[in-house]
Design a protein around this ligand. Structure first.
Ligand code: CA
Ligand code: CA
Length: 222
């Protein structure tokens, strides 16, 4: 049993350190994902949230698509197969992973500024100089319905503040409406390799313990 508890504490240690080293958003380039043909502003078209295990597509790659136009792209054999619109909770989770402290505060806070800028560096800025010349905005359509249309979410900054918000009134309507300064908040799930490794380790540890106990039983029989 000593061995098992050693294994167990090693496993707990790995899970603990694993979750800490992963507290980060990572830029990923997937050459299979093209979207509207724009180049990703940072050279990477996908942002992996290692906390939620979700991958977010740059919003600059989905400007110019109306809601009706993007739906077929999300289907099997579409140019964005595997992606779907984000829920409000998933967006709030992304903002948390980015370290944005004050969500849904408008016109924004000073504490939001650096983490919001960092998230915009990753996802791209769809509308520089909007709605005011000094503001840099990333606008997109979510998977939520609010009022008479699809709820939008926006992150933006200027040289003073940052803001991340999902207004209940701000909607994308009608479904045929398209914008050159607004994209779509799209995400997909990725398998978490670290979890797979941990699981494999857990199985190996259990198998080892089982082998040991069988061996001990064998000794007893003899
Ligand atoms: Ca279009
Ligand atoms: Ca990017």
């Amino acid at each position: 049993m000593v061995r098992f508890s050693t294994m167990f504490s090693m496993l707990v240690f790995l899970m603990f350190t694993g979750s800490h080293s992963e507290a980060e958003l990572i830029a990923v380039q997937d050459s299979n994902v093209v979207g509207n043909g724009n180049s990703p502003q940072d050279g990477f078209n996908v942002t992996r949230d290692t906390i939620s295990g979700l991958e977010w597509l740059d919003l600059t790659l989905t400007t110019g698509y109306s809601f009706n136009e993007i739906l077929p792209e999300l289907e099997v054999n579409g140019s964005l197969e595997g992606f779907r619109h984000a829920t409000r909770d998933e967006l709030v989770g992304l903002f948390a992973s980015a370290g944005i402290p004050d969500v849904d505060f408008w016109p924004g806070t000073a504490a939001n500024r650096l983490p919001t800028m960092h998230l915009q560096d990753l996802l791209g800025i769809t509308s520089p100089g909007f709605p005011q010349p000094d503001l840099f905005s990333t606008l997109g359509v979510t998977g939520e319905l609010r009022g008479n249309g699809h709820q939008t979410a926006t992150i933006r900054h200027n040289d003073q503040i940052g803001a991340a918000f999902l207004p209940d009134s701000g909607s994308f309507n009608p479904d045929s409406f398209e914008s050159e300064i607004g994209g779509h908040w799209l995400l997909r799930t990725v398998p978490e390799p670290s979890s797979v490794v941990l699981l494999a380790f857990a199985f190996a540890a259990l198998a080892h313990v089982k082998r040991d106990s069988i061996r001990r039983d064998d000794c007893r029989v003899r």
